[in-house]
Design a protein around this ligand. Structure first.
Ligand code: NAG
Length: 333
């Protein structure tokens, strides 16, 4: 053990004898300002206990804590009664710890004030039913770099895993082992606006995988080694979707002409760095709000492929290198 060294390296303001983290007020203004500034939320008390080799919660935690940072410790379980005693806790960062069971974080006691939960870089392999139902106000959930997979029996992502997260707006599954879109689980989070499924093992985006998610604004389906195709009506009736990224998928060679249906507000479609050799014109023409398309770094057969695009309403610009088509679509009349 090198506790003294570790304590000195930390960002934590510590009482060295007690080994307890004390609040750090961030974002405070110099005292000499002549006008009154009301304190924004980010001035709220933050307890910063990152990088301390902690195996349990540091105690006591001030009851007025809003943000509790426990990134990069050795935690595998939490005394949730302690967190329950923090009525104004909004941000909890448990990333880079050793949690393998989500229940050890969310069971027994609710944290009704929590808005943001960071669980990146843990060892979660399973999200059982109602994993987060004790966090009714949660808006952001970060699950990237875990071991969640959807191939195991039973599925590691229970259909009801996200039950109760009515207010969830942002969800990241970046870098897990999902082999399909967790469609059923996503149905339980109707308010979702931002969804990151990048770097999973999904092979196909299938019919109905993303359907009727009426608040979804941005979707990421990037960096999937195994993704080969996007099927008919894979994305359907997403009336708020403005940005869709499907990039850096080295085997993605097929997008069905009617893969995207009723995406009336889609402005930005990123399809670069895939294995697309062709793209059906219906895909573009079915997207009335489209402003930006990126297709570079695909093995596109540009000469014939974009014949349809050279119409009066469209102004394609191609680089000479046929492997690098950059397609600028203008909304001109
Ligand atoms: C929590 O916030 C409320 C509203 O701002 C405040 O009245 C209350 O004192 C806070 N509780 C604690 C323990 O700081």
């Amino acid at each position: 053990m090198r506790p003294v060294l570790v304590l000195l390296q930390s960002h934590c303001l510590l009482s060295m004898f007690a080994g307890v983290c004390v609040p750090v007020v961030v974002g405070s203004l110099p005292p000499a300002l002549p006008w009154h500034v009301s304190c924004p939320v980010r001035c709220a008390p933050t307890v910063d206990c990152n990088d301390l080799l902690l195996t349990k919660l540091p105690l006591p935690i001030p009851p007025d804590t809003h943000t509790l940072r426990l990134q990069s410790n050795l935690l595998s379980a939490l005394d949730t009664a302690v967190l329950h005693g923090l009525p104004n806790l909004t941000d909890l960062d448990l990333s880079q710890n050793r949690f393998s069971h989500v229940r050890t974080i969310t069971q027994s006691y609710s944290i009704p004030s929590l808005l943001s939960l960071h669980l990146e870089e843990n060892h979660l392999g399973h999200l059982p039913e109602d994993s987060f139902s004790t966090l009714p106000a949660l808006q952001e959930l970060f699950l990237s770099h875990n071991n969640l997979r959807s191939i195991a029996l039973p599925e590691s992502l229970a259909e009801d895993a996200l039950e109760g997260l009515e207010g969830l707006e942002s969800l990241s599954f970046y870098d897990n082992l999902l082999t399909k879109v967790p469609t059923q689980a996503l149905r339980r989070v109707p308010g979702l606006k931002f969804l990151d499924l990048n770097k999973n093992h999904i092979k196909m985006i299938e019919t109905g995988d993303f359907q009727d998610m009426v608040h979804l604004k941005e979707l990421g389906l990037n960096n999937m080694e195994e993704l080969v195709s996007i099927e008919r009506a894979a994305l359907k009736n997403l009336p708020e979707l403005t940005k869709l990224e499907i990039t850096n998928n080295p085997r993605l060679s097929y997008i069905h002409p009617q893969a995207f249906l009723q995406l009336s507000r889609l402005e930005s479609l990123m399809l670069n760095s895939n294995s697309l050799s062709a793209l059906h014109q219906h895909i573009m023409f079915s997207l009335p709000s489209l402003q930006e398309v990126s297709l570079h770094s695909n093995p596109l057969r540009c000469d014939c492929l974009f014949h349809w695009a050279a119409k009066e309403t469209l102004h394609p610009h191609f680089e000479k290198d046929t492997r690098k088509c950059v397609f600028g679509l203008c909304n001109s009349k």
